[in-house]
Ligand binder design. Structure first.
Ligand code: ZN
Length: 287
């Protein structure tokens, strides 16, 4: 059964490790992530962007697939199904569809409007036993067509949003979605530290986990990050393994064109990436 991400992240914050959010795109992605979490006895958050939800034909399909798969695969570790960067309307749809967690991204609104909308969702999530992530300060790069500049959030605004009763907070600390550019300045640990001092026990979320060096990840966890989002890295490892299979001409040998064979190397590659991240984040054995 799906669970809210509240408890797993509170435990992570207290235990000084982080739980990975791995975004899903289809059956292979979901299977690879769930199986790896179970094998490593790690809690896990499955992230679904609005675009990926649409691609999978809608949030109800996603809920049906994930619930069915958890049952068929005997998944017993805590799993949260979480909307990534939701609009207000998208959040309501996911509540309806049976998600166990949502992120409302009101970072592009003026702070007053972000507060108003977040407040409303705090109430709705509480009624449904769901967890809620809010965002302050846009995160750089592109997420479903929304381009942010990689700014640093205002710690006082973070405090205002934190006090509304959300369960975890995403704050821009110079992180970027997608691949990091050569001239990236790195994470702003001063900003993270200032936010953490004002928000106390609230678990903080690091978006754009792809390509942040391991030592920066560890330091961010030390400073209160308890959830790290990984998306692009699984896409890159899937594409790379699939390319190798095709380039080796394996789809032309025997029944190598069978999608169950064609997609297998990519699925294994996602598993390897998820394992590497769970080990780095320290969530192995914490289910
Ligand atoms: Zn994000």
């Amino acid at each position: 059964m799906l669970v809210s991400a509240k408890e797993m992240l509170q435990k992570a914050k207290a235990g000084h490790y982080a739980v990975g959010q791995f975004n899903i795109n289809n059956l292979e992605w979901t299977k690879a992530i769930l199986q790896t979490a179970q094998e490593l006895n790690s809690p896990v958050i499955l992230g679904v962007s609005e675009g990926a939800g649409k691609y999978m034909t809608g949030f109800k399909t996603v809920v049906g697939m994930v619930n069915g798969m958890m049952e068929e695969l005997n998944i017993t570790v805590p799993v949260a199904l979480h909307l990534d960067h939701g609009t207000f309307e998208g959040c309501l749809k996911c509540v309806e569809a049976g998600f166990s967690s949502i992120m409302f991204d009101g970072s592009h609104y003026p702070i007053e409007e972000n507060i108003e909308k977040t407040k409303e969702l705090v109430k709705i999530c509480a009624e449904h036993g769901m967890s809620l992530e809010a965002e302050v300060g846009s995160i750089g790069g592109e997420e479903d067509g929304v381009v942010g500049a990689g700014e640093c959030a205002d710690p006082n605004e973070c405090k205002m949003i934190a006090d509304l009763g959300i369960d975890f907070l995403a704050a821009g600390i110079g992180n970027i979605h997608g691949k990091y550019p050569e001239n990236w300045k790195g994470l702003s640990f001063e900003t993270l530290d200032a936010i953490q001092k004002l928000t106390g026990d609230l678990p903080l979320v690091l978006h754009g986990g792809t390509g942040i060096p391991a030592d920066m990840i560890k330091k961010a966890i030390d400073l209160g990050v308890s959830k790290i989002n990984v998306n692009t890295e699984c896409q890159l490892s899937f594409a790379d393994a699939t390319r190798k299979y095709i380039e080796a001409g394996k789809d032309l040998q025997g029944k190598g064109y069978d999608p169950r064979k064609l997609l297998a190397p990519g699925t294994e590659a996602i598993k390897a990436t998820v394992k590497e991240k769970m080990e780095l984040f320290g969530s192995v054995g914490k289910a």
